[in-house]
Design a protein around this ligand. Structure first.
Ligand SMILES: Cc1cc2nc3c(=O)[nH]c(=O)nc-3n(C[C@H](O)[C@H](O)[C@H](O)COP(=O)(O)OP(=O)(O)OC[C@H]3O[C@@H](n4cnc5c(N)ncnc54)[C@H](O)[C@@H]3O)c2cc1C
Length: 422
């Protein structure tokens, strides 16, 4: 079923135009090819050369769609025009992500693939000209891959102040030691952006222990990919455990200033949380369409699913979940776009509410589809796992709940009650 998009009253014409053009593209080029685009060839009972042929055909199909995305002027919406992107502002991008998320893998075909896209955005903002030349441009044209290496097995990822990985200055180099895990895309990455504490014994680069981000090529001596961590019952994944043992990189690889690491991570995560939520909403929208569509045709126990009250309850609850998640997210996105200081509370609210709503909606859609719901024939099982991860990645629910409550209590203590109209 195609995504049903019409202009939103009151929204800027240019944003409506991007929504409509993106939806038209997704409906015409991606949804009809979705199963083929991401099909696994490993289980095919064909001779190896036929499988190889099939693999090549799939890659050609992806490349031909990417070329059409480019022709349609929809490539890399998150990047400035000078780097070959659309140069969209924050709100336009959020609205576009919602639609891209409707189709499995569509974002990748539009040049947006985590963690590369987040790293590219940070390189645009904090990178020197030399760093942009060396790391950003190849990242954009797809000749390099990257990862973001922040979380550590021995310290709480939900409290970034606990990071222990250390970079000690030695002449014109940093020497990095530390232990990370869940560095996504770690198998393919050519470089990592490593979050660590910088110590310069000369004092020239500021006081010791300041949080910094350093670009580390993965082929540097001392970078050891210990394993791809198996998750959700799979033997391995591209979320890697990484050891940094006396890893020597030039001081010139510091991204931004020493001490700007935390701010750069916040820049990435703050906007990223709104984007993740719009992504979740696009996926919920798809799950909802699949659920209702199935209920119209599936006969059980002498009647269609749509006529069973349990299923009607699923549909009604999912409608409410999507509407509330969407309105809450747009509210937060508008606060971010306006530079409203209340945006932090709004972002934490969506970070808690939306993944949970996403989880509930997909769970109901799976239930309606029965066994097919957990099969790879539908995108629902992948969505289900993604929703579960979102409840702990980018700050687990509890941390954001605490933040919401702190901000609200602080406001009341200073004599100002909530104004829910704004
Ligand atoms: C699939 C996947 C991909 C990831 N990709 C990356 C990546 O590319 N780069 C990267 O650096 N990291 C990545 N991560 C790591 C992720 O960001 C962390 O798992 C997350 O920040 C939580 O940190 P932690 O695992 O250390 O949990 P902890 O910090 O140990 O927290 C565990 C639990 O404690 C509870 N908790 C925490 N604080 C409080 C509190 N104040 N009060 C009450 N309860 C609390 C929460 O329930 C939380 O889930 C990824 C994780 C997953 C699962």
């Amino acid at each position: 079923m195609p995504i049903n998009i019409s202009p939103i009253a009151g929204l800027d014409d240019s944003v409506n135009d991007i929504r409509l053009r993106t939806a038209a593209f997704v409906n015409a080029e991606i949804l009809p090819n979705e199963a083929r685009l991401w099909a696994s060839t490993s289980g095919l009972d064909f001779p190896e050369e036929e499988r190889e042929h099939e693999r090549r055909q799939i890659i050609e199909l992806r490349e031909s769609i990417k070329a059409k995305v480019n022709e349609a002027g929809l490539w890399a919406p998150h990047l400035p025009k000078e780097y070959g992107g659309m140069g969209l502002d924050f709100l336009s991008l959020a609205y576009m992500y919602e639609i891209l998320a409707y189709a499995t893998g569509a974002a990748k075909l539009f040049g947006i693939a985590a963690p590369n896209s987040g790293n590219a955005t940070i390189l645009v903002k904090y990178g020197t000209e030399e760093q942009k030349e060396k790391w950003l441009l190849p990242l954009i044209d797809g000749t390099l891959e990257s990862g973001f290496s922040m979380t550590e097995p021995d310290n709480a990822g939900s409290d970034p102040r606990s990071i222990k990985t250390e970079a000690v200055r030695d002449g014109d180099d940093w020497v990095i030691n530390g232990h990370k895990w869940f560095t996504s895309n770690g198998i393919d990455a050519n470089f990592f952006i490593v979050m660590c504490r910088a110590n310069d014994p000369t004092g020239e680069l500021g006081k010791p222990g300041q949080m910094s981000q350093i670009i580390v090529p993965t082929d540097t001596a001392g970078v050891k990919i210990v394993r791809g961590i198996g998750i959700f019952g799979h033997a391995t994944s591209d979320h890697c455990e990484v050891l940094y043992e006396n890893v020597r990189v030039p001081i010139a690889n510091t991204l931004g200033l020493v001490g700007q690491g935390h701010q750069a991570a916040q820049d990435r995560l703050g906007a990223g949380r709104v984007y993740h939520c719009m992504n979740s909403i696009g996926q919920m929208w798809r799950a909802f369409d699949l659920m209702v569509e199935r209920s119209l045709v599936r006969e059980v126990h002498g009647g269609l699913l749509k006529d069973k009250e349990f299923i009607q309850g699923f549909i009604a609850d999912s409608y409410m979940d999507i509407q509330s998640a969407r309105l809450l997210t747009i509210h937060a996105a508008e606060k971010v776009a306006q530079g409203d200081p209340g945006a932090r509370t709004a972002i934490s609210s969506i970070k808690v509410f939306v993944p949970a709503a996403f989880h509930r909606v997909v769970d109901r859609a799976i239930q309606v589809w029965g066994g097919a719901g957990v099969s790879n024939d539908l995108p629902l099982s992948v969505m289900y796992l993604a929703a579960r991860v979102l409840r702990l990645a980018d700050g687990p629910d509890e941390v954001h709940r605490i933040l919401i409550a702190k901000n609200v209590i602080h406001q009341y203590e200073s004599g100002v009650s909530m104004d829910f109209g704004n």
